[in-house]
Design a protein. Sequence first.
Length: 229
Amino acid sequence: MGLLCVGKAGLDADVLGYARAMMFYVYAVANQPLVPCIYSELGDRSVKTMTRVGFATMLIVCTIYTAVGISGFLTWGMETKTSLLFNYSRYMGLETPLLNSTMLATLVAGWVAFPLNLYPCKFAILAALKIRFPDWFASGKPISPIVTVLLLAMSYTCAAWLPSLSVVLELAGATAGVSVVFLFPAGFHLLLFSKHSSALISYVMLIVGVISSVAGLVAAISDAAALYS
């Protein structure tokens, strides 16, 4: 019963365990590059409509992630790994062709998804550079290939030095995720409506964002250090 109420982190008195879980959720919510596409396809492009659509979308996403997490825990218990692929890998062999095919398909999907996730990063960086340094593009400098190589190099470095998906997601959630979900929206709202009564909500979001980011970074650094201890 205690496990259901406070989780493994509560039973182990591991406060950072809650921070890790929150960073996973923040990353899952922030890692939605289709949000601009959803907005562009709305018939009524208003804040009210986008808020309703966003709430429904996040509710579905959180429900799915929670269902997957509970299903994994009910199946594997305390032996649940950071990726269920590690749990299923022990059962792979010649007698499990279907499981082997599923694992192979998952790996292929990961390889195919990498450039799809890399492209929005490259596009955003090039757009920002083009606005800030238009002469670079007018002079014909190979900016796009340079950005691509740098992104690939950083991705490889991250994979080589942090061979743990959970640590990578913690870092992404504590930095980019928290910024997209809490810091940027609250900051922009305060710049536009600093004297409005709703500014209090933005201040609360900023405080929650800063605390979440610090806790997430502490958890990620702690887990990264444990990989080499």
